[in-house]
Design a protein around this ligand. Structure first.
Ligand code: AMP
Ligand code: MG
Length: 745
């Protein structure tokens, strides 16, 4: 008996890319390109404005310019009637209102953004003043700057997806040269089978289990395999259910061949029972089709009876011309003299025939392992084999004593990354691997074991079992993330030591995707989206909420100002953080993952917070970790940041750290931390500012380049979350250097 890898090799050696076919590009999504696509024209085709503003001649600014017309995207330049100047005027001094995407008119070479002009005589006065210099080409996309004429846009072998289609569309390439998609015909075999979606059943709303004959079952395989074939990129043909009768089988297969199928996929009837006729039919024992069987059993579980053959019509062939294509096993047939109307006469290679086992799980697994790769090869994929990855077993799995097993499993990255410390296999090499969970009882009739299955674990033959925590290889059989929960693999951040605090501050904030505008300290905005934002809060155990306090003091909620005791709860902090960051553009589009980590502040607050911050950063791949408002002084939070350095956050300079620790010790000595919130208030306020600035600025931790964003830790001294966040983030990123420089040892 051959092994599964051998079986895949044999199938792929018999499947070849199909002939080229041209089709409109929008229809080519999912196909593989047979030849490269080059750009017939440059993009942009004209010098285009990047901004809404005024087209100018760079040599004229700074200065005040006359507005002589308008150029809007899609419209020709409209000149003001009064304008008598010409392009060649030595004394240019003119500007044209321009919108993003509009052609920059001849004689102009730069665009001044609307935000950078003033209107000395009011908006309609026909003049704009520009205070800054702009170089030629500023805010202008030159001809061909995105795509050059003749540039290779797509390569032969590229698979056309939505983005490739977009590229072709942008370049104005209307037609794609691809490989033809194979036609895959699917049939089920078995006297016991009834169609669950038969018209008669669909017509009656009250279909019940009783409408099945006592010895019948519903045909699952055909519908499943048709969908599998479509998903693999094939066109499909439904051959229906064939009775367990050799002539019926031969007839169905002949219909597929007649229709020009490239592959026939049957299920059932390939094992050893006296009604299992498919192998004999494929061998040609029943006329009309004949072929060569390459293999009829594979050493695997599930799916042992998997059969693979190549077939063609025998002498009575009327519609298929077979010619030598240089492939061994090709069969020459007669001419297509009386082919049915409209049927294309074409070169015909042999047809691939797959006899999948009848048990639905076996059919699904063998389709994924051999039929789908064959379809992809015919489509022109360079590497049509299933993708392989590694995973960590979530539980012990007993091995089959006789055959290697393809065990269905779902993947979970979060569990392996998040609570990694809680697993007993927490060694560094495995931290980025997903956790593989078995889908349960693996008997080949139990199709629910395919539910959500993303991979087939490649388990060796027994005896014994594979232990939880082992790294196993797995073949991907569908898009990962289908089991709900995580949609994307996540990779844990790696803590790296900074080279210098300066570098760290910049690296961390840029990793977090946040930049602050130095000319406006009130503005913090995102350069790109944060991956995830973790918020660590620590509501004090005995503290009353701000609204409770306000109620007690008989103050209406609406009048409630910032109170100096108590904390908002985790949900409030999270909500405020969201609002703030959304406004800053950090979390636009809602793709940031949010998590709240609450640390109870009973004792050892700072350490608990630091630990929580670290856990948050690690388990959520956070770009930003906020240690959220903790009361008026925020001392615990700042101390947590300090303590965090012990836990791996690089950060405060030793002297600052000592000062903070001293301050913290003094304010908490002998006191119940809960009854009297310690504060740095009253201490040297410059030092306090500096401490805060440093904490904000430097208490991040680094990044594993390119993979994750790293983390920024901020402690935010206020009970008004939103204010505090604004303050904290601003300070964190743009604290003036002189505030803290002298204090760094
Ligand atoms: P076979 O390979 O024909 O011996 O079938 C093996 C098992 O799979 C039997 O229990 C069949 O009833 C079942 N089976 C075969 N074809 C299908 C199908 N299309 N849908 C659901 N079960 C099937
Ligand atoms: Mg059967």
């Amino acid at each position: 008996m051959i092994s599964m890898p051998e079986a895949i090799d044999i199938v792929l050696s018999r499947a070849a890319p199909l002939e080229e076919e041209s089709l409109p590009f929008p229809d080519a999504v999912g196909r593989v390109l047979a030849s490269e696509v080059t750009a017939p024209r440059p993009h942009p085709p004209f010098p285009a404005s990047i901004m809404d503003g005024y087209a100018v001649r760079a040599a004229d600014v700074p200065g005040t310019l006359r507005v002589v017309g308008a150029a809007r995207a899609g419209a020709p330049l409209a000149r003001d009637k009064s304008d008598k100047s010409s392009e060649s005027d030595a004394d240019h001094g003119r500007a044209v209102y321009i919108t993003t995407g509009a052609p920059v008119p001849p004689g102009f070479d730069a665009v001044v953004p609307i935000e950078r002009v003033r209107f000395p005589g009011g908006d309609d006065a026909g003049a704009v003043a520009v205070a800054d210099a702009f170089s030629p080409g500023a805010n202008v996309r030159s001809v061909g700057s995105d795509i050059q004429r003749g540039e290779v846009l797509l390569r032969a072998g590229d698979r056309v997806g939505p983005h490739e289609l977009g590229i072709a569309a942008l370049a104005g390439v209307a037609e794609a040269s691809t490989r033809r998609a194979p036609l895959v015909a699917v049939l089920s075999t078995g006297d016991e089978l009834a169609d669950p979606f038969a018209d008669s059943r669909l017509a009656s709303a009250a279909s019940s289990p009783d409408d099945l004959r006592p010895s019948s079952i519903f045909d699952a395989n055909r519908h499943m395999l048709l969908a599998c074939a479509r998903e693999a990129g094939a066109r499909v043909m439904d051959l229906g259910i064939a009775r367990d009768d050799p002539d019926a089988l031969a007839d169905a297969i002949a219909r597929a061949v007649d229709a020009g199928a490239d592959a026939v996929v049957a299920s059932g009837g390939v094992s050893e029972g006296d009604k299992d006729h498919l192998k004999d039919v494929l061998l040609g024992s029943f006329g009309r089709v004949a072929g060569a069987v390459h293999f009829g059993r594979v050493m695997m579980k599930p799916g042992k009876p998997l059969t693979f053959a190549e077939i063609s019509r025998t002498e009575d062939s009327i519609s298929v011309t077979t010619v030598s294509t240089g492939r061994a096993g090709d069969v020459t047939g007669t001419d297509a003299t009386d082919a049915p109307e409209g049927k294309r006469r074409r070169e015909k290679k042999t047809v691939l025939a797959f006899g999948l086992p009848g048990n639905p799980v076996s059919a699904a697994v063998t389709f994924a392992l051999v039929v789908a790769p064959a379809v992809r090869r015919m489509l022109g994929w360079a590497d049509p084999r299933p993708r392989r990855l590694q995973a960590v077993l979530a539980q012990d799995i007993a091995l089959d004593k006789e055959r290697p097993e393809y065990h269905r499993a779902t993947l979970d990255w979060e569990a392996s990354g998040g609570d990694f410390a809680n697993h007993d296999f927490a060694d560094a090499g495995k931290t980025n691997l997903p956790l593989a969970r078995s889908t349960g009882r693996q008997i080949s009739s139990r199709l629910t074991s395919m539910r959500g299955a993303e991979v087939l674990l490649e388990l060796p033959r027994g005896p014994g079992s594979v232990a939880k925590g082992s790294v196993v290889s797995a073949l991907v059989i569908r898009d990962i993330g289908t089991q709900g929960g995580l949609q994307m693999p996540r990779v844990r951040p790696t803590v790296v030591k900074p080279k210098s605090p300066e570098v760290l501050g910049a690296a961390t904030s840029s990793a977090a995707g946040i930049v602050a505008r130095r000319d406006d300290e009130k503005k913090v905005f995102a350069r790109r989206r944060a991956r995830a934002i973790a918020v660590v809060t620590h509501p004090f155990v005995f503290a009353k909420s701000a609204s409770d306090l306000a109620r007690e003091a008989d103050v209406p909620d609406s009048d409630r100002a910032v109170t100096d005791e108590g904390n908002d709860d985790g949900a409030a902090v999270l909500e405020a953080t969201r609002r703030f960051l959304r406004r800053a553009g950090v979390a636009e589009g809602g793709d940031a993952a949010w998590r709240v980590f609450e640390a109870r502040a009973e004792n050892g607050t700072s350490r608990r917070l630091a630990a929580a911050a670290r856990a948050a950063a690690e388990s959520s791949s956070a770009s930003i970790v906020l240690i959220a408002p903790s009361g008026p002084g925020a001392v615990s939070s700042q101390a947590a940041v300090v303590a965090g350095t012990d836990l791996g956050f690089p950060g405060l300079a030793p002297r600052m750290r000592a000062a903070l620790e001293r301050a913290f010790a003094e304010t908490t000595e002998g006191e119940d931390e809960r009854s009297d919130e310690p504060s740095l208030d009253g201490e040297d306020s410059d030092a306090e500012d500096a401490i805060a600035a440093l904490a904000y600025r430097e208490s991040g931790f680094g990044i594993n380049a390119g993979q994750v964003a790293g983390a920024v830790v901020a402690s935010l001294p206020c009970t008004n979350c939103e204010e505090a966040l604004r303050e904290g983030l601003t300070k964190m990123l743009i604290a003036p250097r002189e505030k803290w420089e002298g204090l760094v040892s």
